[in-house]
Write a protein that binds this ligand. Sequence first.
Ligand code: DLL
Length: 433
Amino acid sequence: MERYFQPEIECAPREKIKAIQDERLVAQVKHVWDNVPYYRKKMEEAGITPDDIRSSDDLHKLPFLSKADLREAYPYGLLGVPLKDCVRIQSTSGTTGKRVVAFYTHHDIDLWEECCARAITAAGGTDEDVCQVSYGYGLFTGGPGLNGGSHKVGCLTIPTSSGNTERQIMFIRDLNATILCCTPSYAAYLGETMKEMGLKPEDIPLKAGIFGAEAWSEEMRHDIEKTLGIKAYDIYGLTELSGPGVSFECSAQSGMHINEDHFIAEIIDPETGEVLPEGTQGELVFTSIDKQAFPMMRYRTRDICTLTREKCSCGRTHVKMTKPKGRTDDMLIIRGVNVFPSQIETVLLNKGYPANYQIVVDRVNNTDTLDVQVEMTQEMFTDNLGEISARQKDIVEGLKSMLGIKAHVSLVAPKSITRSEGKAVRVIDKRKI
Ligand code: DLL
C-alpha cells in the first residue's frame, strides 16, 4: 500500500521547517531580483536588495504583490524563467478584463502535484483507491491539480471533470470510486441527484471527498457527509500560487495545513498591511519559496482567515489556516464559477439597460442561486407580460454566455432600486458562509 505521506517534512520540528524556509526564501529572493525586473523595481523602490533578506525573519521587508500587479504585468511581466522553459499555463476563471495567467516549469508542476498528493493522502488515499476528479479540467486548476496528485499517490484516476451528473454517479458505482474531488456545491448537487435516483449512501462506494475552490460552511460539510456517507475534507489553493493543495485538511478536519516547505504564510491587516500575530484574523499573504516560472512574493490573496500552530492530532506540524471567511474584494463564487459584478454589468449595459441593478446571491438546498434584478428604463416600461418575459429570457441568455451559469432575472419598475451616494452596493450575499 503506497502512501504519499512525507513525515520528514510534514511532521518536521518547527526549527527544521524554519531552516528550510530561510534557505529557500533567500534563494527565491535572489531568483526574482535576477530574473523578474517588475519585482526588482518594486524592491528598489522599497530601498532593499537581496542582501537585506537573510532569513524568513526579514520577510516583512519585502513589498507586497497584489492582483493589480498581476494585471499590470500581464501576461509575461512576472515570468521568472525564459518562456521556452515553461510547459504549462493555467488561469483563473474570470472571463473579462485581464485574467491571471500562471506559468509552470516541469519543476513547478511537480511541486504542485506533490501538494495535491499530500492532500489526497491526508484524506486517507492510497494506491488502492479509485479517485474521481470532478473538478473542471482546462484552464481552471482544480481538475489538472488533483489529477496529478492522484497519479502521484497511485490511485486509479477517473477524470470525469464536472457536469453530466447522472454519469458521474454511474461511474462512481460502476468503477468503485472511493474518493471524490469536486467543489462542495457540486458534491451537494451530486448528493441531491443521488437521492432523486433513489440511491442511499450505502449504495455508493465513496469513503472520502476532497472539496474546495469556494467557501463552504461546517453545516454544508455535515450535510454532504451524511448524504454521500463519506468524510469530507477541505482543500484550499489559488492559481497564482499553483492551484489546489496550497493547504489541505487532515483527519482532524479542523483547519488546513499549509505546505510550509513551499509557501510561507502571513496574516496582515488588510487596511494597513501590518503583519498580525498568530491567531488574529486578517488577510492571508503567501510567498512561494521554490517556484521557478511564476514566483509570488508576499502575494495578497484577499482571503480572510487566521493561522494556528497548535499541535495537531494527525502529527503534522505545518501551520494550519481556518476556512477562509470570504474575500476582501467583490468577486463572487457561484456554483464553483467566479463571477464579477462587472461582468453582469457589461451584459446589461450592452443590452441597453441602465446601470441600476442588484445581484442577490443565496444558497437554497446547498446550491447557489443568482438573482439579478434589473431596472427597466421608462421607455422600456410596459405591462405587456409577453414582452417582459422575452426581455428576461434575453438577459438570462446573455448572462449564461458571459458567466457560463444560469441566473434568475427579474425586471423591475423604473426607479425601484435604491440609488447610492457613495459606492453602490450591487451585491446582496445571503449565503451564511
Ligand atoms: O480555486 C484552486 C482550487 C481548486 C482550490 C480546487 C481548491 C480546489 P482560483 O480559481 O484561483 O483557484 O481561486 C482561488 O478561491 O483565493 C479563495 O478565495 C477561493 N478558495 C479556494 N479554495 C477555497 C476553500 C482555485 N477551500 C480562490 N475555501 C481563493 C474557501 C477557497 N475559499
